[in-house]
Design a protein. Structure first.
Length: 190
């Protein structure tokens, strides 16, 4: 998310929790806006933020969960399935006119999925991270997550794998193309 929400020295849990709050705030803004174009701009910002957040998790948080948390591999597999569902839904949102009622229906579905996912992370997984990983390592992970979000894709790519290797090798190039398209089309992503 935006760097103004997080500062140096915060751990990965603080950063990802701040991301969740920013997403909730964006949903509120989308729902409270009568102007269709403004809703579209806010949804584009939300989609970009969700993509950056998800990619950073898949690059750095999920490998740590698999390594350090009991049953971490199963939890990561579950989370990746949720990410895939979220990405497919965001892709659908991109193709709908923001003036159509379907747009807000899809945004509502996305909100429900993201709230569920964030609640699982905040109530179950984040406490496990803090229990099983030293504080200084969580701060290091936070720094890596912040860097990853700057290079991550800003658009949903449903056919892209949800893997650390993909995000670390191909992801920066996809992110660069996305940011270029965003600039050329005037798409709001901040």
């Amino acid at each position: 998310m935006t760097e103004s929400n997080v500062g140096p020295g915060l751990d990965v849990v603080d950063i990802l929790t701040a991301d969740h709050q920013e997403m909730v705030d964006l949903f509120s803004q989308i729902e409270g806006t009568p102007d269709a174009e403004q809703r579209k701009d806010l949804a584009d910002t939300l989609i970009a933020e969700v993509m950056r957040h998800a990619v950073a998790e898949e690059m750095y948080v999920y490998p740590a969960m698999e390594k350090h948390i009991p049953n971490g591999a199963e939890e990561v597999e579950h989370d990746k399935k949720e990410h895939a569902e979220i990405v497919r839904l965001m892709k659908r949102i991109e193709g709908v006119d923001p003036a159509e009622p379907t747009f807000m229906e899809l945004v509502g579905q996305l909100e429900a999925l993201l709230r569920h996912h964030a609640n699982d992370e905040e109530s179950e997984q984040f406490p496990k991270l803090r229990t099983h990983i030293p504080a200084e390592k969580l701060v290091e992970m936070g720094e890596k997550v912040q860097k990853a979000k700057k290079l991550a894709p800003t658009r949903p790519h449903p056919s892209a794998p949800h893997s650390e290797l993909f995000h670390k090798t191909v992801g920066p190039g996809v992110g660069m193309v996305d940011r270029l398209l965003d600039k050329l089309t005037g798409r709001h992503t901040d």
